[in-house]
Design a protein around this ligand. Structure first.
Ligand code: PLP
Length: 391
């Protein structure tokens, strides 16, 4: 089978593996053991990684906190602000199309008496379906709003949100802004100063790094961002996130970020071309396809490697069963731990039937033009076959 599920996770780049290997058998010291050379060498690796990541996103090294991935980063950002800032108020603003790693922590706080406003983005039929207008955030902010949490790039439909505009509004209102940039860092230019975010989550395994390693940017300049830790222990990382640092994962994260940012311009042009070829190829072979999310010629509003579409007149499950030669993800999410139809596709107003018969391609670094041609054939053949069965 050919892998096209690069929004779910990615193959680790051999160059990233290479960078990580010495940490297993040579630089295996504990970065907190500053009394000897092994600890010092590990500490230096962590600091260098911090500098690499900071430079890639326009931050300062001391603003990077290492975590086990974006789920933890989102939980730390949301929980850390909400428990700390309770005195300002209990209100949070977010979007219905966020990842569960934002929606679920917020739901936990809601059950404890916090109030959550979930904004609805532009709907199916709009050329920018899935996008939020900054004015919606302005209208939703109240005197008791403590936090706005909005993702930069969506993992299902690739839509890119106008974060810089949203940040201006938050700043004017004195509200902290958290951004889940897991699908954006390394794929589109991300600069925390230009974006104006206060907190930003990212993860290694979406950009050809290892699973279980991620980070949270926490702004130090300007209005102070104070976070209540959620993991207590040895006081590592200034007490914000205790636990022996995952040096291997941190080195992998830094190398993954460094490579993705260095190669971004060429790679995103290549992916956009592959993605457009995939879409035009599918439409030449098949009728009744509906693009989900922003139109492809709005390239600033959509990730280059993302394609998500619904197939008319086929059963979603049967479709997935008939495209087993390619690894893609389905709108019915029948392979996930949570067998619910995609909340993102429903949030943009897609019908239940079309949601179920949607496919998501995440094209990535290791995909080729031949593989894309193969995918066109697999999907078109499956659709023909299924439609003949019901005809
Ligand atoms: N946020 C977004 C937008 C994602 O796509 C993912 C990936 O599943 C996550 C958060 C969770 O990241 P992690 O797997 O690093 O916990």
């Amino acid at each position: 089978p050919i892998y096209f599920d690069n929004h779910a996770t990615t193959q680790v780049d051999p160059r990233v593996v290479e960078a990580m290997l010495p940490t297993f058998t040579e630089t295996y010291g504990n970065p907190s053991s500053v009394g000897h050379l092994f600890g010092e060498a590990a500490k230096e690796l962590v600091e260098r990684s911090q500098q690499t990541i900071a430079a890639a996103i326009g931050a300062e090294a001391k603003e990077i906190v290492f975590t086990s991935g974006a789920t933890e980063s989102n939980n730390l950002a949301i929980g850390g602000v909400l428990t700390q800032r309770r005195r300002r108020g209990d209100h949070v603003v977010t979007v219905t199309t966020e990842h569960k790693a934002v929606l679920d922590p917020l739901e936990q706080f809601e059950q404890r008496g916090y109030e959550v406003t979930r904004l609805a983005p532009r709907q199916v039929g709009d050329p920018l379906a899935g996008q939020l207008a900054a004015a919606q955030v302005a209208e939703a902010i109240r005197p008791d709003t403590s936090l706005v949490s909005i993702m930069l790039a969506n993992n299902e439909i690739g839509v890119i949100q106008p974060l810089a505009e949203i940040a201006q509004i938050c700043k004017q209102q004195g509200v902290l802004l958290h951004c889940d940039a897991t699908q954006a860092v390394g794929k589109i230019p991300v600069d925390v100063q230009q974006l104006g975010v206060d907190l930003m989550s990212f993860s290694a395994h979406k950009i050809y790094g290892p699973k279980g390693s991620g980070g949270l940017y926490v702004r130090k300049e300007g209005p102070r961002v104070r976070l209540q830790p959620s993991i207590f222990g040895g006081g590592q990382q200034r007490g914000i996130r205790s636990g022996t640092l995952n040096v291997t994962g941190i080195v992998g994260l830094a190398e993954a970020v460094r490579l993705s940012v260095a190669e971004m311009a060429d790679e995103s042009a290549r992916l956009r071309q592959l993605r457009d070829t995939l879409w035009s190829g599918l439409n030449e072979r098949t009728t009744g396809l509906h693009l989900n999310g922003p139109e492809l010629d709005h390239s600033e509003a959509r990730l280059a490697g993302n394609l998500n579409f619904a197939v008319e007149q086929v059963d979603g499950e049967a479709l997935m069963m008939n495209v087993r030669e390619i690894a893609v993800s389905s709108g019915s999410a029948c392979t996930s731990a949570n067998p619910q139809p995609s909340h993102v596709l429903r949030a943009i107003g897609l019908s239940e039937d079309l949601t179920r018969s949607s496919l998501r391609f995440g094209l990535g670094r290791f995909n080729t033009a031949e593989e894309v041609a193969f995918a066109v054939d697999v999907v078109a053949t499956a659709v023909d076959k299924l439609r003949k069965l019901i005809a």
